[in-house]
Design a protein around this ligand. Sequence first.
Ligand code: SF4
Length: 270
Amino acid sequence: MDKLSKTSLNYLLSEYLEDLKRSGVQDFKRAPRASTPSRLASRPSDSTARPEPVASPPSPSPSAPSRARRDASSPESSVGGDPRVAELRLISEQVAQCSRCAELASNRTQTVFGTGDPHAELVFIGEGPGAEEDLRGEPFVGRSGKLLTDMIEKGMRIPRSSVFICNIVRCRPPGNRNPTGEEATACRPFLDATLKVVAPKYICCLGSIAATNLLGVESSLGRLRGVVHSYGDAKVVCTYHPAYLLRNPSAKKDAWQDLQLLMSEMGLPR
Ligand code: SF4
């Protein structure tokens, strides 16, 4: 890394730390078991670090979003000094050391920061890592991850690698319970910082925990679905969490309607 890049990184780090401090994140003590930072943070130069799609990606659709496809965890993206990769890495390093939620920090295998294209037009947000995500350090792996991949690639016909995926909380709630409001609030500065860097045009909330926390409302998912909300300049669509769809396959047709609404907003062919 040249001197200019180091200077830029130091500036970005200090700027983000100030942002996070103003947002209430002031204590980045090392978590007792936070020994394995997320892929974004820990293996930027490891050629195996590129997230493997759970399902084989189809050929990119001509109608897929036109932004450059650069994966935040891919070595290629950091070689060129992509500032978004560096910014996300800085945030993920803070996440990996965070112990604000004592129960979550002491029970996690590792934090699960997020993965995908740092220039994504579309960000998917779930509620929190499950057991498999906790072990692998990636969001939406396993059966839920495969279904999400199918929703993106077979439903929307865009590559999963073209979106960014993260969660409301970055540590697994024990027993796969829902994250508490306090935990979601504690982790919110990291989510806001991530979204500030990626700057998506569209956000899809997966499940009521993601939807109500991102939008800051107390409402049922049923009331939030079918309406285009906003988060800053981004348009927000809410749908069911893939884990819910696995338990309730009859809801898949409603989820498909939600994706069609999202595709319509994005200008993708339905
Ligand atoms: S869920 Fe977020 S705020 Fe809580 S300990 Fe994990 S990284 Fe920190």
